[in-house]
Design a protein around this ligand. Structure first.
Ligand code: GLA
Length: 391
């Protein structure tokens, strides 16, 4: 049992004056490659990281859901029968939104029947930095989803829980994201990435062999904060949908690299570049999986760099701090680097020799200071287990 899970249990007891029935946790993620492909039915390759959100829970006699968190003052409360997206707001919408989403029909499956579900006291505490592009929100959704699944005896599989997490994020929180983050958080495995085809929603674990190759993934959190419920993320998604509509396909999944010349002739210049990013990025995910299988992680650096360039130049979701993080990490010896997550801020990842982690982090920090940027937060992440019960 981890110390963090025990602490979540102790904090629950201090908050609610009784012991929790259990503690469940779910990790944040970094995306190794495959950005803004998920909602286009494309390929992604994220992995779950060794930073988790813990959810301590006990059932109640009534049908009231109460949520408290270690980071935000106050309590959110709602009766199960009143659950509805418009009744939820603020940070608690991530947790309570999942309780609502689980009862909704999704992907041809009827929603769970909550008529006999008991109320719950929930306490959340997280090691995943907020707004850094490491899926702190999916970590909350997935920790709550596995807890509800067990305490309410729902028997839902991991993909159904991921879909409920995405629905909560899309409708209760209002961020038009895809399914990558929830899948990474629920399906992650130690030393593996999750290779997900978002068109068929089928997933496969791909060994990374980072330890064997003495490699590490360094996160460089720029400190520039983003919000996916507003702004650029939704605009990019709309451009992709417009591109698909003009090309007369249900989604950009159905556009291949060889179709790009035709796309260039019918799309306006900006929409074409958005489409080209998505199409080439999905192809780079497939190449990365093949390269990992045939040659190992030492050989994927150039694919990571090509992905970053495509996000910077074609999709235009990078910021100067992310570009510097990538350029500086590589200049100081990283095999490859790229921004990770939705963009407009957040973090970059760099693939580095394990014995060079400290040195590269120090050099990048110096370069940030020389450029007049605030100091980045640099830390190593380890591909880890997905959501599970801790206690
Ligand atoms: C965010 C979203 C994901 C995905 C990425 C970009 O993390 O939550 O669904 O779209 O951005 O790849």
């Amino acid at each position: 049992m981890s110390d963090a899970a025990q602490r979540a249990s102790d904090q629950f007891a201090a908050e609610y004056g009784r012991q929790p029935e259990g503690v469940w946790s779910a990790p944040g993620r970094v995306n190794l490659i495959g950005e803004h492909t998920d909602y286009n039915g494309g390929l992604v390759l994220p992995f779950a990281i060794d930073r988790r959100t813990y959810c301590a829970v006990a059932r109640r006699e009534d049908r009231v859901l109460r949520v408290r968190s270690a980071t935000i003052e106050g309590e959110a409360q709602i009766a199960i029968d009143d659950l509805a997206p418009e009744a939820l707001d603020g940070w608690s919408a991530y947790a309570l939104g999942v309780a609502w989403a689980i009862s909704q029909p999704i992907a041809g499956e009827p929603g769970a029947d909550l008529a006999a579900a008991s109320g719950l006291d929930i306490f959340l505490t997280s090691e995943v930095p907020l707004g850094a592009g490491l899926s702190s929100s999916a970590a909350i959704e997935c920790a709550v989803a596995v807890a509800l699944n067990e305490l309410w005896g729902l028997g839902l599989d991991r993909m159904a829980l991921a879909r409920a997490g995405r629905l909560a994020e899309n409708v209760a929180v209002g961020a038009p994201t895809g399914i990558m983050d929830q899948c990474a958080s629920l399906l992650g495995e130690e030393d593996h990435a999750v290779f997900l085809d978002c068109g068929t929603e089928s997933a496969e674990s791909v060994p990374l062999h980072l330890d064997r190759e003495h490699l590490s993934v360094l996160v460089i959190d720029t400190g520039v904060r983003h919000e996916h419920a507003t702004g650029g993320y939704g605009d990019r998604r709309a451009s992709c949908e417009r591109g698909a509509e003009i090309l007369n396909v249900p989604s950009l999944r159905f556009v291949l690299e060889e179709d790009l010349p035709r796309a260039a002739s019918v799309l306006d210049e900006e929409t074409y570049r958005r489409v080209r990013h998505v199409v080439t990025e999905s192809a780079r995910v497939a190449s990365t999986v093949r390269t990992l299988q045939n040659e190992g992680p030492q050989a994927i650096g150039d694919l990571l760099l090509a992905s970053h360039a495509s996000m910077r130049d074609d999709f235009e979701i990078s910021v100067p701090e992310l570009d510097l993080a990538v350029e500086s990490a590589v200049r100081h010896g990283a095999l490859g680097a790229r921004m990770t997550g939705g963009g407009f801020g957040g973090a970059a990842i760099a693939l580095v020799a394990s014995d060079a982690v400290g040195e590269i982090a120090a050099k990048v920090t110096e370069d940030f200071s020389a450029a007049g940027f605030g100091a980045p937060r640099c830390f190593k992440v380890v591909p880890s287990d997905g959501a599970h019960r801790d206690i």
